[in-house]
Design a protein around this ligand. Structure first.
Ligand SMILES: [Mg+2]
Ligand SMILES: [Zn+2]
Length: 217
């Protein structure tokens, strides 16, 4: 019997070519944001503290953010075809972003791929500044803003074989929880260093090929 698959994809740098947060901070954030990012990567700051601090420094209207995202962010060219192929097979594809709902929705709308099931942190505006709400904060993981391990474990409990695709520092808990992980960039290096099993990939075509090879498709 074939596995009942669910594909969970990180958003920034995985489904997109650029990172929405990096583009926003380069354009509208305080110049010190790269220092905050270093502190998150080194573990000095939690992901949640880092995001709050970085977004708190952003001076832009919602319209300015949407405008920037619509023009600067490209969807990875192999993703739309992959999504279509999975949908044709009845396999759910869910985006789990360590970034913001506004970014996921704006980019997917622009690419003609909205609506798509997605979990993300919420970006809220109050008194002209941006705040981050973490609706998916985990009770078991203090480090992550949006712990991607929790939804993966929930899907596993529901009987899914969960495939996770990711590239970054917010993807570590998911990489450990998934039945099969595809990794690149920072996540790939971390998996190798920590001896977390994962398959290196470059495009979504590589992922479809590997799933076929395993006869999961
Ligand atoms: Mg990413
Ligand atoms: Zn976590």
């Amino acid at each position: 019997m074939k596995a009942r698959l669910l594909i969970a994809c990180d958003f920034d740098g995985t489904v997109t070519r650029q990172d929405t947060l990096v583009e926003i901070l380069n354009r509208f954030g305080a110049p010190t944001w790269t220092r905050v990012q270093e502190q998150v990567i080194s573990g000095e700051l939690s992901i949640r503290e880092g995001l709050q601090s970085e977004m708190g420094s952003v001076r832009a209207t919602r319209q300015e953010l949407e405008q920037l995202l619509s023009t600067c962010i490209e969807v990875e060219p192999s993703f739309p075809g992959f999504l279509k192929g999975m949908r044709a097979r009845g396999i759910p594809v869910v985006l789990i972003s360590g970034g913001f709902d506004l970014c996921v929705e704006t980019v997917m709308l622009q690419a003609g791929l909205w609506p798509i099931p997605s979990l993300a942190n919420r970006l809220l505006q109050s008194n002209g500044s941006w705040q981050v709400d973490f609706p998916y904060t985990s009770s078991t993981c203090a480090s992550c803003g949006h712990c991607k391990g929790d939804p993966i474990r929930n899907w596993t409990h529901q009987g899914y074989t969960t495939v996770f695709v990711g590239n970054g520092v917010t993807d570590r808990c998911a990489a450990m929880a998934a039945s099969l992980t595809f990794s690149k960039d920072e996540l790939g290096e971390w998996c190798r260093r920590e001896e977390i099993p994962s398959i290196p990939f470059q495009t979504f075509d590589d992922i479809a090929a590997e799933l076929k090879k395993r006869e999961w498709l």
